[in-house]
Design a protein around this ligand. Sequence first.
Ligand SMILES: Nc1ncnc2c1ncn2[C@@H]1O[C@H](COP(=O)(O)OP(=O)(O)O)[C@@H](O)[C@H]1O
Ligand SMILES: [Mg+2]
Length: 232
Amino acid sequence: MSDPVMTAKGLVKEYGKGATLVKALRGVDLDIPRGSFTCIVGPSGHGKSTLMHLLGGLDHPTSGTVIIDGQEMFRLGNKELAALRANKIGFVFQFFNLLQSLTARENIETALMLAGVSEKEQKTRAKDLLDIVGLGEKADAKPGQLSGGQQQRVAIARALANDPPVLLMDEPTGNLDSEAEAEVMKVLENLKQQGKTVVFVTHSHEIAARADNLVHVRDGQIQLPHDLKIAS
Ligand SMILES: Nc1ncnc2c1ncn2[C@@H]1O[C@H](COP(=O)(O)OP(=O)(O)O)[C@@H](O)[C@H]1O
Ligand SMILES: [Mg+2]
């Protein structure tokens, strides 16, 4: 596909060694088209989260590379990699990981502060981000006062703090009921219109049906459409 924002080449990831060796990824080649809503599907334990961690530079592969916007991630030193990650990638996980003692706005301001945004700008940008996810009214609520869908939307707003071109989301709706899932999907539609690239791990057939790039992971490998036909 043309103009991938990210490319993985020959990604291998092994955990442990000897008798406890786990081959989580066995050579993954993957292009993520710029601006796509890419869904990653596949059975539990088959390497989806491992792939997301490597795409996001949160962990190093045993071998292989990830290229984002022309830069080879694992050639960078730790500091440079952290900077690249901060500028290019937002993460959203199944568990929202919000700071419970802070309000929605303060959770986002904290991310903006870590991104080096000035105090004054933190305030206006946090408000803008909450508006983007439709939670402007809930700025002063703490996570405990918000529904699951609302908390996940705060987590998405936080992931957008640095205005990254790519969002990596690992089962972000895995813990949500269908109403909350719909709220999150609405936010994702908006992000797509803004040209963001979203990579989304899900077990939901409804969500996968909306992907414009669907990736099947099985036994640590990408399953091509040809193999899927044989398997079914
Ligand atoms: N930190 C780790 N240490 C050892 N094994 C791991 C680790 N993370 C994942 N694994 C193993 O790697 C395989 C793939 O896991 P994972 O990527 O989490 O799959 P999925 O997200 O598809 O459920 C599984 O066998 C899992 O037990
Ligand atoms: Mg997983």
